[in-house]
Design a binder for this molecule. Structure first.
Ligand SMILES: O=C(O)C(=O)C[C@H](O)[C@H](O)CO
Length: 307
């Protein structure tokens, strides 16, 4: 029996400043894999975070958050020589926009030598993303090395494309994300990302593309339309749940965390996707990445209700 966590999330946590209707900014926590960690913990999974934070008040704030959320921090280090990343969320007619203050951050300075091998060999699932690899070349190398260590120990890797063209050019993003996706068991591409990365626009063709790279499960998120889940044997469009959305920041990460929590609990990917669609919809009903993420009870109640 594995003694590690169910889901270990590797990437960069960022302090969030989210624009409110009155123009002020509300402080919160973000960073895609850190969002996924909290989302999964709120569904009852045993979750750990693998990252570096600055030795600053934002780093302290993340440690307090994770303690409150029951996220294991034994693989988190605070380093004196760099800061915790920051981002701002503004809202316009086209949806939300992110602006970053993250270059040189503590997480972006991580490299393969910083990886805790024991934790990697003990986890059931390692979750990483395109952002985990976009923040620096040493971080990209660390992600590849972490994936190899988990797979060599018989664990699974999940990979969310999370394409952020403010962090790297499309050609480089495509090369690295395709290489990462080729090593993963659970591919979690978003539709917009996948169209840019693969040049395809049909969801079934995109699912085939990622299955062809080697994933055993593909969950392609389609925004309000839900998700397309595919394995080599079966595929299903799992409809999204209707809500009055205010801010979609972190909705994809909530999907990931909820999906992985249900996979770790033994659900099949289609049941996990129904659950994850509901959790992600609920997460759009208020501002910020983490604050509006639902807990398991709220997701169950929503799932039992009609649209
Ligand atoms: O865009 C990023 O780099 C982030 O990680 C910030 C957000 O919290 C994340 O994108 C939401 O999915």
């Amino acid at each position: 029996m594995r003694m590690g966590v169910d889901i270990l999330c590797l990437g960069e946590p960022m302090m969030e400043f989210n624009q409110q209707p009155d123009g002020s900014y509300r402080a919160g926590h973000g960073g895609d894999t850190a969002n996924c960690a909290v989302a999964a913990a709120r569904q009852g999974a045993r979750v750990g975070m693998l990252t570096h934070l600055g030795k600053d008040s934002f780093g302290d704030s993340f440690l307090r958050l994770w303690e409150a959320e029951g996220v294991d921090t034994s693989t988190v280090r605070q380093v004196a020589e760099a800061h915790t990343g920051i981002y701002f969320v503004t809202h316009g007619p086209a949806g939300h926009e992110f602006s970053y203050l993250r270059a040189g951050s503590a997480a972006s300075r991580m490299g393969p030598a910083d990886l805790p091998q024991d934790a990697l060999t003990a986890t059931k699932i390692l979750h990483v993303s395109g952002i985990s690899q976009a923040i620096s070349t040493s971080a990209a190398d660390a992600v590849f090395a972490a994936m190899a260590a988990v797979k060599a120990a018989g664990g699974m890797v999940s990979y969310d494309s999370n394409l952020r063209l403010k962090l790297w050019p499309l050609t480089r993003a495509r090369a690295v994300i395709h290489a990462g996706m080729a090593e993963c068991d659970i591919a979690l591409p978003g539709m917009d990302d996948a169209e840019q990365l693969t040049g395809l626009s049909d969801p079934d063709a995109i699912a085939d593309f990622y299955l062809g790279l080697g994933a055993k499960i593909v969950a392609l998120t389609l925004g309000a339309q839900g998700s397309l889940v595919a394995t080599p044997e079966r595929r299903e469009r799992v409809a999204g749940r209707k809500v009055k959305a205010v801010d979609a920041t972190g909705a994809g990460d909530t999907y990931d965390g909820a999906f992985l929590a249900r996979i770790a609990a033994g659900d099949d990917p289609f049941a996990a996707a129904r659950y994850a669609n509901a959790a992600a919809a609920l997460a759009t009903q208020n501002y910020g990445a983490i604050e509006p993420m639902p807990r398991r009870e709220a997701v169950e109640v929503f799932l039992a209700s009609a649209d």
